[in-house]
Design a binder for this molecule. Structure first.
Ligand code: HEM
Length: 461
């Protein structure tokens, strides 16, 4: 931690925000619970509250067999009796919920809410269980289901996710290691995860970008040092907002489309074309720093993500429209990265469904994809900024209306892959059907543990 950093109250902040459980826990279940009456709901919360994990380091190497965390939608808080005047202190987009934001988010056509899994519409409470293994997770699930029934509540939806070999997502790329560095929590990851400074130096981001009740990047430059807006006390301290989205991936369509395009690209170099679409080789090596496949790469090693796009302005190494360049442009928008660093998110997604066997090009009908989870203090500035302005629109990158080719979308855009040198012609990837379809989700609030106790006791203001 730097001398000026604010100490984070790790014992009151929920664990899954600051700790990447996916590295230690291979299985995650997301259980959505519907509250039928405030009294039963609050009794249930009190019964499970002491299982909810905080972010303090675990003593020794001993890991709990299952880590519990809990989050609430706006209707969920209302169903638990949080008064309207307290609810009005939450952000507008949280109160609206993901379904009402569907058009803004590009969730139209086959991604529109009418097509979502039934139990994922208007959820109340999400309990996330991270189990060391299947047995540990099953034991926690049984306990949770018993408590739910005992208190007269209902389970609306369960989604079971698990890591795939090599920490890959279903299209075959290593995923989840590029994360923001946060002052007081992950200062050692500043290089590549924080804000780029001059002369190759980096600094971690202010904690209020991710945890409510702490200085954010505005506070840093505000002469009066004001804290960012947060829900009324005690809810506004040590909590954050969570985005939960079930994103179905059409792996066969992705494979067929890339293979067909690669037949016309760089002498049929499909691996290179796949890397151009994401901006990283399959094992995570960044294209901008490794235009030639290094063969082996440890994306979790210190400094592995310390790259910038400034001297690849025309995208010859990493295309301007590559997924990682769009979702975190670093310094690609100029001004030494100052247009990017307020749009960062902590990603905690996990794949669901079984992988499609290698080499298979026809859809087997199985449901598989990514449970996309991210944490941020401002859903509109951070998650929605990335989704709406960077992934669903290419204007800011000089790419017109082109959308992120990896995700597709309803009006899937085209993608230009510049040639490696000025003499090589650019290669055009034609618009494609959606590789990724939204199956449901919502915006949730993850309270600090004191605030969780207040919700359970009905004393939120
Ligand atoms: C099924 C859908 C998606 C797939 C398959 C996918 C895949 C990937 C992969 C392979 C990486 C590189 C690994 C890494 O940097 O950790 C990545 C990075 C990233 N993705 Fe996605 N992604 C998906 C959806 C999204 C969405 C919806 C968002 C945000 C709205 C997003 C935001 C990011 C960000 C911020 C990074 C890190 C970029 C960096 O810091 O350099 N992704 N994604």
């Amino acid at each position: 931690m730097t001398a000026t950093a604010t100490a984070l109250d790790l014992g009151d902040i929920q664990g899954d925000i600051l700790r990447a459980y996916g590295n230690a826990y291979g299985r995650t279940s997301y259980v959505f619970v519907t509250i039928r009456d405030p009294t039963g709901g609050r009794d249930w919360l009190r019964a499970i509250a002491d299982r909810v994990m905080n972010a303090a380091p675990w003593p020794g190497a001993e890991k709990p067999s299952c880590a519990w965390n809990v989050a609430f939608s706006a209707p969920g808080l209302a169903a638990l009796g949080v008064p309207e005047r307290v609810l009005r202190t939450f952000s507008d987009e949280f109160l609206e919920g993901m379904e009402l934001r569907a058009k803004v988010l590009g969730d139209t056509g086959s991604s529109s809410p009418e097509q979502w899994d039934g139990g994922l519409r208007h959820p109340h409470v999400l309990v996330t269980l991270n189990g060391l293994g299947e047995r540990e997770l099953e034991a926690a699930l049984t306990e949770l289901r018993t408590e739910v029934v005992r208190h007269g509540l209902e389970i609306a939806h369960e989604e079971h996710a698990h890591t795939l070999d090599g920490a890959r997502e279903h299209f075959g790329f290593a995923d989840g290691f590029a994360q923001p560095a946060i002052e007081g929590a992950s200062d050692d990851r500043a290089e590549g995860g924080g804000v780029p400074l001059r002369a190759g130096r980096w600094r971690a981001l202010a904690p209020g970008e991710f945890i409510l009740g702490y200085p954010d990047e505005d506070t840093r430059v505000d002469p009066q040092g004001r804290l960012p807006s947060a829900p009324a006390s005690p809810l506004g301290r040590n909590g954050t907002y969570m985005v939960w989205r079930k994103l179905r991936q059409d792996v066969a369509l992705f494979r067929r489309t890339v293979a067909a395009a690669a037949a016309r690209y760089a002498g049929g170099d499909e691996r290179l074309l796949r890397a151009k679409v994401v901006g990283r080789w399959e094992d995570g090596a960044p294209l901008v720093s490794h235009p030639i496949d290094p063969g082996t790469f440890d994306a979790t090693a210190p400094g592995a993500n310390a790259f910038l796009y400034g001297d690849d302005e025309d995208g010859r190494r990493c295309p301007l429209g590559a997924h990682v360049r769009r979702s975190n442009p670093r310094d690609a928008l100029g001004f030494e990265g100052r247009l990017s660093f307020r749009h960062r998110i902590i990603r905690r997604g996990m794949p669901y469904g079984e992988p499609l066997a290698e080499g298979v090009l026809e859809d087997d009908g199985a449901d598989r994809g990514l449970v996309f989870v991210c944490f941020n203090a401002s859903i509109s500035r951070q998650f929605e900024g990335i989704q709406v302005q960077w992934l669903n629109d290419g204007n800011v990158f000089g790419l017109g209306h082109d959308t992120d080719w990896l995700l597709g979308g309803q009006n899937g855009g085209s993608m230009v892959v510049p040639g490696a040198t000025g003499d090589d012609p650019p290669f055009y990837l034609a618009p494609q059907g959606p590789f990724v379809t939204t199956r449901g989700g919502d915006y949730l609030f993850v309270p600090g543990l004191t605030a969780l106790g207040a919700i359970a006791d009905g004393v939120t203001g």
